[in-house]
Design a protein around this ligand. Structure first.
Ligand code: ADP
Length: 406
């Protein structure tokens, strides 16, 4: 019996399919060997775009602190900063539907779908026409969504769905592994940092055991033990805070609060510490329409307190601190300016790094080098930004913004 003729089109489809699956296998191999999270995410989006022949790709991961999805990587790097600040709600978004149903979904015409979350298209110049999304699932639990946008030719096919699902399965495993690796890296860094105060306490202990140590020397050594123990305690608290924030386990409340009142409350708390160094804190009288921010009041309080205590610690004796608050482009901006020694230009890019302290601040004042890393995380989880400006021997200004419409 003659074989049914399948035609050149069917054969072409078949070989295209084989080529795609071969490519998928290659990609999977690369993914499983990458532990650097940002690098891994870029690899996933580039592969997804190539395998599905689409215009753009995004990866959203669940942020446990907000209960919303968060853009972790997108094809267009220029839009990345703006998009990272837009949390995607689980209710009322296509990604949210894919996340909750844990099933892939094709949207042929995004503009006419009521679930399409338009805030993203409105923020950037990109126009979404069609969407194919697959859930990222690890140990039977969704952790995020992988979406490909705007099929280049024709519309999404069942083949596209299968290939994206297969890629998403591998991608989820790789993401979870990279996150675990990040955490173990943080633990290693912490253990390393704990060694310095511990070594110092141990050396002091030995000194105290020496017979005939003069009483004034004894007091000095006891004081070092006291300081280093306090530093260890501060480090463990800060470290736990940071680990919770980095792993997305920190819980954030959302409640409207008065930013002006919060700043005043923080200033009252640190005033005795400032007075001790003769430092004055200035904050203009409350504005008639003080902005209300929606967020976690106690965490934002932690940010303001960190900036204020730094402005006191790194100020000169009898220095000044100017706190200000302003509204701009739907956000409130809080700034804390001091008249301290400033920060050398080469240290500026490292200021928000974990454990980083400007070298000569070591002997100058006590600290863990974690406060600013924590503050930046908190602000960014609220969809805001943190920045600084500094001039040596003139002073430093730290600013953070918080969107008003969260
Ligand atoms: P810590 O103060 O506990 O060391 P931070 O993360 O809050 O940790 O600050 C990190 C480092 O940044 C400090 O050690 C200090 O060197 C520098 N720094 C922070 N704030 C200021 C400031 N207002 N002026 C000058 N240097 C600062």
């Amino acid at each position: 019996m003659a074989k049914p003729y399948k035609g050149p089109e069917r054969r072409k489809d078949h070989s295209l399919r084989i080529r795609r699956y071969r490519r998928l296998l290659e990609v999977t191999r690369t993914l499983s060997s990458t532990l650097d999270l940002p690098h891994l995410l870029r690899n996933i989006i580039e592969s997804a775009r190539e395998l599905t022949d689409t215009e753009a790709v995004s990866i959203m991961l669940m942020d446990a602190s907000t209960g919303q999805l968060r853009f972790e990587a997108i094809t267009n790097k220029d839009d990345a900063a703006a998009m990272e600040r837009i949390p995607v709600p689980i209710e009322g978004s296509i990604a949210g539907t894919i996340f909750t149903t844990a099933k892939p979904l094709i949207i042929a015409d995004a503009a006419s779908d009521p679930r399409h979350f338009r805030k993203v298209d409105n923020t950037i110049t990109f126009v979404t026409r069609s969407i194919l999304g697959a859930p990222l699932i690890s140990k039977e639990k969704p952790i995020g969504v992988l979406q490909v946008l705007n099929k280049m030719k024709g519309s999404f096919t069942q083949d596209d769905v299968e290939i994206l699902e297969a890629l998403a399965t591998q991608a989820a495993v790789a993401i979870v592994n990279a996150r675990l690796f990040q955490q173990s890296d943080l633990i290693a860094e912490m253990v390393h940092e704990l060694r310095t105060p511990l070594t110092s306490i141990s050396a002091c202990g030995q000194l105290l055991l020496r017979p005939g140590l003069p009483p004034d020397k004894r007091d000095e050594v006891a004081q070092v033990i006291q300081n280093e123990t306090a530093r260890l305690a501060a480090m463990t608290t800060d470290f736990l805070d940071l680990a919770r924030l980095e792993s997305g386990r920190a819980h954030f409340e959302r409640e409207p609060f008065d930013m002006d009142l919060l700043c005043r409350e923080c200033i009252n708390i640190v005033t005795p510490q400032a007075a001790h160094r003769g430092v004055e804190i200035h904050f203009p009288a409350s504005q008639p329409a003080a902005p209300k921010v929606n967020g976690d009041r106690s965490k934002i309080k932690q940010v303001v307190l960190n900036l204020l205590t730094n402005a006191i610690k790194y100020n000169r004796e009898n220095g000044q601190i100017y706190v200000a608050m302003a509204l701009s482009e739907g956000a409130v901006k809080v700034s804390v300016r001091d008249t301290g020694r400033g920060i050398p230009a080469e240290a500026l890019p490292r200021m928000f790094e974990k454990f980083y302290r400007v070298p000569d601040s070591e002997g100058y004042t006590q600290g863990t080098g974690l406060g600013l890393a924590i503050a930046k995380r908190i602000v960014e989880t609220h969809g805001g930004e943190m920045s600084l400006e500094s001039e040596q021997d003139v002073g430093t200004t730290f600013c953070f913004t918080l969107p008003l419409d969260l």
